[in-house]
Design a protein around this ligand. Structure first.
Ligand code: KG4
Ligand code: ZN
Length: 365
């Protein structure tokens, strides 16, 4: 089966040609065109500029992808015939950005006569967990991972922080979410107030390695609440007050210590809440809830400290639960995860006629 995945929900224009056969996959082409440089000077994504750039780039990268797979015009028409379905992100995300990818996919589905599947962006992030690292593939097909259900999934991205219970493929039950900022948003806002640029996550993670995570006592909002909800805006505000106080004392900003202390506060909350939810599910005895895996997805899942600390805690406290993480290459937005999520829907024949496919910026799992 050959799937063309398309992702334009925020500030990455991405496409992927994904081949799947007998439980194995091969990435024929995976292109992510990032708009980071455009949005950097504004310290965040400007929706109007994002949509315009998606429009400029989307057909170019589809054409580039096609020519990476097909070397001449004969191969190209064969390749187009071989495509079984298109999978496109229809939400959540920025309305105008989503429209570009979805309308492009609908147009191609119409002119090529192919079925189309609308994918929830968060479902894509979750399915990144099923992808093996392609770095050692050397042209071979790799196994789609076999992850035991039920699974508890922590999604940490620029727009979402959610704990989801999956009892099986495509079955989602939201256990909790952030009341305000997403954790990725907190990384981005803290980076902005420290003048570190956008996106904040990777640069904060890098500077934190050189800092002392105990240097400043920052709050861990909702760490002791018994539910599975989160809150990160208070943590971001605490950093901004701290920066203001340090500057008013004409103190040079200890940037690495601030980054390390902030990052550790965020990780403490994420790890504690995830392990708490996992333990509750293991002990609950409710049918279909006794989890066998914990999954980690979304852009912030690329954070090495978070990965290590979560894995360590799960191993120590829930040794029979498998701790699974998206390969770092697939944590941030890409179209391979969208194509793979599409595959798990094709299996269920979950197509929508292109005329009926609509975006939903607030789509929930
Ligand atoms: O999933 P994603 O690419 O886009 C959304 O769906 O939002 O996530 C982007 C977020 C940004 O907030 C970015 O700062 C954060 O992921 N991020 C990181 C790291 N790499 C990306 N946060 C912490 N540590 C990282 N290494
Ligand atoms: Zn994302």
């Amino acid at each position: 089966m050959l799937i063309l995945g398309i992702e334009t929900s925020c500030d990455e224009t991405a496409i992927c040609f994904l081949e799947i056969k007998e439980g194995r996959f091969k990435i024929l082409s995976n292109i992510v065109s990032s708009q980071v440089r455009i949005h950097q000077k504004y310290g965040g994504v400007v929706p109007e500029k994002a949509a315009r750039k998606h429009l400029e780039i989307i057909l170019l990268i589809i054409k580039q992808g096609l020519s990476e797979v097909a070397k001449n015009s004969k191969e190209l028409s064969k390749l187009i015939k071989k495509i079984d379905t298109l999978a496109v992100t229809i939400g959540p995300g920025l309305m105008t950005s989503l429209l570009v990818g979805t309308e492009t996919a609908k147009t191609l589905a119409y002119i090529w006569g192919k079925p189309i599947i609308g994918i929830n962006h968060l479902e894509g992030h979750i399915y990144a967990n099923w992808l093996m690292s392609p770095s050692n593939a050397k042209g071979r097909m790799l196994k789609i991972k076999d992850i035991p259900f039920p699974a508890l999934c922590l999604i940490v991205s620029g727009g979402h922080t959610e704990l989801i219970l999956m009892k099986g493929h495509n079955q989602y039950q939201k256990l909790g979410q952030t009341h305000d900022d997403a954790v990725g948003e907190a990384f981005d806002k803290v980076a902005k107030l420290l003048n570190l640029g956008y996106p904040g996550g990777p640069i904060i993670a890098k500077l934190a390695r050189k800092g002392n995570s105990q240097a400043f006592a920052l709050p861990r909002p909702m760490i002791n609440s018994k539910d599975s909800n989160f809150s990160f805006s208070g943590l971001k505000t605490a950093v901004s007050y701290l920066v203001r106080d340090l500057l008013s004392m004409h103190h040079p900003l200890p940037v690495t210590d601030l980054c390390a202390s902030f990052q550790q506060a965020a990780i403490d909350v994420l790890v504690k809440k995830t392990v708490q939810a996992a333990k509750k599910l293991v002990l609950s005895g409710r049918k279909g809830s006794k989890i066998k895996s914990v999954l980690l997805s979304g852009g912030v899942a690329a954070n090495k400290e978070l990965r290590q600390q979560l894995a360590k805690k799960i191993k120590a406290e829930l040794p029979n639960v498998r701790c699974q993480m998206s390969d770092v290459k697939f944590c941030t937005d890409n179209a391979t995860m969208i194509a793979l999520a599409g595959y798990f829907r094709v299996v269920k024949r979950d197509f929508t006629p292109w005329q009926k496919l609509k975006i939903n910026p607030n789509l929930e799992l």
